[in-house]
Structure formats: structure tokens, C-alpha cells
Design a protein around this ligand. Structure first.
Ligand code: FAD
Length: 416
């Protein structure tokens, strides 16, 4: 039996390797980086069954246009003549409507709840000391009447689809944050959400996989494929070729480039975001999203991580400190008593979210290829959906037919 090659060692690739290894497969994970830092290490670590509305939704275009004109705003598209970007924006525009949202909700809800359960199983097997999963819900905080209206509408949609959502007053919020006078109008609490430490999860997965015999090949870039009659027989790398029986492409925001090597179209843009950790004083206890600022707050006892912004730009490595300043200023706007100094540039983490234009991931078989599948494009939910994606890809390999409906995630939906 030839090995399965997983392209990309982010959280999605590692969970794919995890479930493949569990079913007795020989697995090789290949990553062009050193597997110390990628989008999967410094994010907010939220597991979000509440996020049933895709990024492409009504109102997003108008909001995005308004944000484009502020250097501290949470969203920016660098205007440039790039065919891929124009194509992506057109598709995003086409999907930003109520019908797309309604169609997507049952799919996102089902895969998110499945993934959350797989996390609970993972913790039961590996313990919680390392990954620090806190199953304590997520609070969506709002300061404005407009924010209240939007979040109440989302809570309504969530309830309609069978999820739990509670609208909280300022006094209710004070009970969740006893050390803070939270400066908001109110919030929506989603008790079924959770958060964990993404860096610790990533480290645990790498250690577990290596101990279980999975090869992690670092600093090896996939450059092409050896193909014959609808099959990939080997992946070509800068270090030589690797014979394979199956390929799983989990290359995050670079997955569109891999699809191009395989001859089909998979629209994808990298959405850059930043995060930083600060001492948690006075202690914040409840994970939250500061909704008007689009900033996430994930507490881990003595430390708390703040994250935000979505920059679709060609400057992959650049850190825009104006936007980091925007994140930092929003902390005081919601938690006026929070004490912290502005972090220096070397303390800022950045990651490229793999964004599909309709806000749904690509999970399943690659068009035209018998033995290639993709798990990519999870945008703001890659950690949340990684276990379910990995399990679905492992099931695909073993021929197991699951009950989860995945046709909305079809890899060929733009290639047809
Ligand atoms: C600020 C911020 C906050 C976030 N918060 C959350 C959150 O709270 N919850 C959540 O669920 N998600 C969150 N996300 C999103 C989440 O981080 C991503 O969706 C997730 O990490 C994507 O994982 P991935 O494995 O698909 O991609 P990546 O982590 O990017 O991994 C892809 C890997 O593929 C490798 N690769 C690419 N091309 C090649 C090639 N040709 N050859 C070999 N290797 C290749 C890359 O080196 C990389 O290591 C956040 C993101 C940001 C930026």
C-alpha cells in the first residue's frame, strides 16, 4: 500500500492525518514551512457552532466599503488589478444574499456540532491539560442600537435552527465578568461555543502524530504531480518525489494554487489577521467578540489573546500596526478597566485565513481525480471545523458513507 500524502500541516492537515492514522493508514504530511508558525497557531481558538452565517451575507458589502476608508478598521481589500481577486470579489458579491445564508445554515450548523463533539472526544482521549479547552460559551458584545439589532437577528436565526442563544442585559454580563464594568448595551450568549489554546493544540497534534508513526516533512514545498489516467501517482517537491496512493490537499490559503496544478479552479484568497497576548488584568473570564470592532477576546487565566482584522492584500508578511492599534483601542472601548500597554511589533502574530468567496469550506473529492481530495477554505472557522474536516476526509478514503450532508462544500462548485 502506498502512503497518503497530506499537503499542508496546519490544523486541518494535522486532524486529517490524525483520523487517517487512526484507521491504520501510512501518512506523510508535507509542509513548505517549519510547522512552528502558520495560521493555525496564533488565532483565537474559538469553537463556534454559533457561526451559522457565512461571511458572504447581506450587508457585508456595504459594511466592507465603509471600512475600506479607515486605516484602523477591521476590514480592507488592497485595490489591485489581479484577475483572481476580481473573480473572488464577484463571487463574494453574488453570494452575499439571504438565500445563500438560508441554504448554508443547516450545513454549517451540522458540521460545527459534529466538530465540537469530536473535540470533546479528543479531550476524553488526550486529556485537557495541554489544549485547555474551556467549554464555557461565547459572548457577542454590542455597544450600539444597530449592533443590538444585528446580534438579536443572529440569535433569532440560531434559535430557529435549534441552537441555544440567550440575550443578556448589562447586568447579566456583569455576572459573567465579575472584575469588569463592561461598557456595552448588551450581548448574546451562545452556551454551546467553546475556546482552546490553538498553539498547544497544534503542538499536541504534532507530538502525537510523530509518536504514532506519521512522517512530518518540514520545509518541503509541493511543486507538481506525477499523473496518469485520473490518478496522482506521486507528488513532486523541491526535495524530490514522493510516491502516493492518495493525496489530501489541506494547504490553507494556498490551496487554489494546488488546484491550478491539478487543472481546475478553486477560488481562494488569504485574509490576513493579527493577534497578540496580554497579561489578563483585571482577569477577563468569558470569551467574547466585540462585535462592532470585529475583535475576538480569548481568556486563558493569566493571559488573554485579542485578535482581529481581515486584510485581503498581497503584502503577506507585512504587519500593519495601524490596524493592530485599532484592535488595541477597541479593548478599552468595551473593557475600560482593562490594564495593558500597547504591544510592540515583535509581539504581534499574523495569519492568513483561507477564504472562499461564498464563506463555505471546500471538503471532498477533487474534480477529475480519483485519489485526490481537498479540505480547505475554512476562513474564520478552521480550528472549529478541523476535526470534522479531517474525519470526513478519512471516511472518504476508507469508503465510509457518513450521514452528514456535505454537498454545499463540494470542491468542484466553481469548476463546473
Ligand atoms: C486573527 C485570527 C483569528 C482567528 N480565530 C479563529 C477562531 O477563533 N476559531 C477558528 O476556528 N478559526 C479562527 N481563525 C481561522 C483559522 O486560524 C484558520 O481557518 C485555520 O488556521 C486554517 O487552517 P489550515 O490548516 O486550513 O491552514 P494553515 O494553518 O494556513 O495551514 C496550511 C499549511 O499549508 C502549507 N502549504 C501551503 N502551500 C504548500 C505547498 N505548496 N507545499 C507544502 N505546504 C504548503 C503552509 O505552509 C501551511 O502550514 C482565525 C484566524 C485569524 C487570522
Amino acid at each position: 500500500m502506498k502512503p497518503t500524502v497530506v499537503i499542508g500541516g496546519g490544523v486541518v492537515g494535522l486532524f486529517t492525518a490524525y483520523f487517517l492514522q487512526q484507521q491504520g493508514e501510512e501518512v506523510i504530511v508535507v509542509d513548505k514551512g517549519d510547522m512552528e508558525e502558520n495560521c493555525s497557531t496564533g488565532n483565537a481558538g474559538m469553537i463556534v457552532p454559533s457561526h451559522i452565517v457565512p461571511l458572504a451575507s447581506p450587508g457585508m458589502i456595504a459594511k466592507g466599503m465603509a471600512w475600506m476608508f479607515s486605516s484602523k478598521s477591521p476590514f480592507y481589500i488592497q485595490p489591485r488589478l489581479d484577475k483572481r481577486l476580481v473573480d473572488w470579489c464577484l463571487q463574494f458579491y453574488r453570494h452575499s444574499n439571504a438565500a445563500h445564508v438560508q441554504r448554508s445554515i443547516p450545513y454549517l450548523k451540522a458540521i460545527s456540532l459534529y466538530s465540537k463533539q469530536l473535540y470533546l472526544d479528543f479531550v476524553a482521549t488526550h486529556g485537557n491539560e495541554a489544549i485547555k479547552l474551556q467549554d464555557r460559551g461565547l459572548l457577542m458584545l454590542y455597544k450600539t442600537k444597530e449592533g443590538e439589532k444585528e446580534e438579536a437577528a443572529l440569535a433569532h436565526l440560531a434559535r430557529e435552527s435549534g441552537l441555544r442563544a440567550e440575550i443578556l442585559s448589562k447586568d447579566d454580563i456583569r455576572k459573567l465578568e465579575p472584575h469588569h464594568e463592561v461598557d456595552v448595551l448588551g450581548g448574546v450568549y451562545f452556551p454551546d461555543d467553546a475556546h482552546l489554546s490553538p498553539k498547544d493544540l497544534y503542538r499536541l497534534l504534532k507530538n502525537h502524530l510523530e509518536k504514532s508513526g506519521v512522517q512530518l516533512q518540514r520545509n518541503v514545498t509541493i511543486t507538481g504531480f506525477e499523473k496518469s489516467a485520473g490518478n496522482v501517482n506521486a507528488v513532486m517537491t523541491n526535495e524530490g518525489k514522493i510516491d502516493c496512493g492518495q493525496v489530501m490537499v489541506c494547504a490553507g490559503s494556498w490551496s487554489g494554487e494546488i488546484a491550478k496544478m491539478l487543472g481546475f479552479r478553486l477560488p481562494m484568497m488569504g485574509g490576513k489577521g493579527y493577534s497578540f497576548e496580554l497579561p489578563n488584568t483585571p482577569e477577563l473570564k468569558q470569551a467574547s467578540i466585540l462585535t462592532e470592532a470585529r475583535v475576538s477576546q480569548s481568556p486563558y487565566g493569566e493571559k488573554v489573546r485579542f485578535g482581529g482584522t481581515m486584510e485581503i492584500s498581497s503584502h503577506v508578511d507585512k504587519i500593519n500596526m495601524r490596524r493592530v492599534q485599532g484592535i488595541f483601542e477597541s479593548i478599552k472601548a468595551y473593557y475600560p478597566e482593562f490594564k495593558a500597554a500597547f504591544p510592540s511589533q515583535d509581539k504581534i502574530w499574523k495569519g492568513m485565513r483561507p477564504c472562499s468567496p461564498d464563506g463555505l469550506p471546500y471538503i471532498g473529492k477533487a474534480p477529475g481525480w480519483e485519489n485526490v481530495a481537498f479540505g480547505a477554505g475554512h476562513s474564520m472557522m478552521g480550528v472549529s471545523l478541523a476535526p470534522a474536516t479531517g474525519k470526513l476526509l478519512a471516511d472518504l478514503k476508507s469508503g465510509k458513507i457518513g450521514t452528514l450532508k456535505t454537498d454545499a462544500f463540494a470542491v468542484d462548485r466553481y469548476a463546473r
